[in-house]
Design a protein around this ligand. Sequence first.
Ligand SMILES: Cc1cc2nc3c(=O)[nH]c(=O)nc-3n(C[C@H](O)[C@H](O)[C@H](O)COP(=O)(O)O)c2cc1C
Length: 330
Amino acid sequence: MKLATAYLGLQLRNPLIVGASPFSDSVHAACQLQDAGAAALVMRSLFEEQIDAEQRALMHHVETAAESNAEATSYFPSFAEYQLTPDLYLRQIEHLKNSLTIPVIASLNGSRPGGWTGYAQKFAAAGADAIELNLYQLVTDPELSADEVEADMLETVKSVTSSVKIPVAVKISSFHTSPAQFVLALEHAGAAGVVIFNRFYQPDFNLEDLEVQAQLKLSDPSELLMRLRWLAILSPHVRGSLGATGGVHSSDDVAKAILAGAHGVQLVSVLLKHGPRVLSTLLDGLQHWMREHDYTDVNEFRGALNLKRCPDPAGFERANYVRILQSWRV
Ligand SMILES: Cc1cc2nc3c(=O)[nH]c(=O)nc-3n(C[C@H](O)[C@H](O)[C@H](O)COP(=O)(O)O)c2cc1C
């Protein structure tokens, strides 16, 4: 059974990738994941705010960013709250590269153009095999148009892709008015792939203290459905790689993501819940499903249910929405 796949021009032994998460903080954990079958590892992100704050602090010769620009940075974690300083991050790339044989993908996280994107070169120099640029942004300013936001994002992507030779994947949110158009623009800006989709951590309200309460809940499989639809819509159009992230918990989920068009399938919540060994269960299950469906190679069925190739494309589109609403009777 052939599970090998190309992702961002990298040869992976199978499509399962450890998504950006704390797993990359420990070389030991990363080795366990590799031994259990992970084909690549995305590191946790280094953030635009973190790099900017450090650069400002260096310029002002002060100890912490909070002291140098308290107002602008007070919403963000202080230096001590980040797990890795920018320097330690670079060293962690080196440690991971020295211990792993699978590709290591370093993650930069931010969306506005600026000096922080220079870290892409440092990632490459430290040995990263690729970069995942996470454009996570929550636009709350009513003065800012979607075009302005996306123009900033595209400029950021260009500044990263033009500064390194290693491939750059862009992790995007589902909240674009025309995701397909934006994804093609990302490719035009040099992205070697797109990762679908960022998961937004939804704050709750605390009714006792009347406060907004931050919380991190792990995903569940229902979150995969939106990703499947967009992978299927994008798959016929993109020239580069598609990565799936969000809601992949079983081998059936992995098969579905590939049927929709994914080259790489990222996992975080399922690994945090069940530990590295779940990877071998997922790989066994994927091979079992392939045998039952007479596939011998993952590349045979990639995109078989994408918008161009599925038997009923209306299933993805507005027609299906209208039909579903009309089918309910009380
Ligand atoms: C504890 C934790 C830390 C994460 N850290 C990052 C990060 O630093 N950068 C990033 O792009 N995504 C980060 N993510 C998001 C994951 O990479 C992934 O996109 C998300 O969890 C959805 O995938 P899942 O359903 O497999 O969990 C994190 C997720 C978790 C649970």
